[in-house]
Ligand binder design. Structure first.
Ligand SMILES: [Mg+2]
Length: 172
């Protein structure tokens, strides 16, 4: 979590904060216990990992709408503010990864506390993303379906398999 300074007083993470956020790992060196590397260049896959079915994106929208309504915070939660808040939360996620070097799938070597913190910051990003979509009247689940369809057209598996090139670099 990002350290807060006196000028950060206000609304953060959808909740009031004033001047006393938890300390961050700002400036910390590389992690003490380095992550194990995959053997022989093998790809580590998150085999068997799935999300639980609830809450849905609509559940998250509703929970955040109730949270915001109960606090009379809609006056602050306009699209531009929500966008900036979300970007700030992306920064807080980034802080957890900085100074570590490459991080393998499954986060080997991360403590439970670090994993919990990552879950919290990723949740902040998602909550603001969902509220931003709501306030912009974007039906996010349907938009995701359309975008995935577009991505499949832009990156046909038969053409791009194993390649990291951008779609503009492919020639028919
Ligand atoms: Mg946060």
């Amino acid at each position: 979590m990002m350290a807060t300074s006196g000028k950060d007083c206000g609304v953060k993470d959808g909740a009031p904060v004033c001047c006393n956020g938890s300390a961050s790992a700002n400036g910390a060196g590389p992690e003490a216990s380095p992550s194990p590397k995959p053997l022989n260049g093998a790809t580590v896959r998150p085999e068997g990992f799935t999300f639980t079915p609830q809450p849905t994106i609509e559940d998250i929208r509703r929970m955040q709408a109730e949270f915001t309504d109960e606090r009379d915070w809609n006056q602050f939660h306009q699209p531009r503010n929500l966008l900036l808040a979300m970007v700030g939360e992306v920064g807080e996620v980034s802080e957890l990864f900085q100074w570590r070097g490459e991080v393998a799938v499954g986060l080997p070597g991360w403590s439970e506390e670090e994993r919990e913190q990552l879950g919290q910051e990723l949740s902040d990003v998602l909550i603001y993303l969902v509220e931003l979509a709501e306030k912009c009247r974007v039906d996010l689940p349907q938009a995701v379906l359309r975008k995935m369809a577009l991505n499949r057209l832009k990156y046909p598996a038969s053409k791009v398999h194993g390649s990291a090139k951008k779609y503009t670099e492919y020639k028919d």
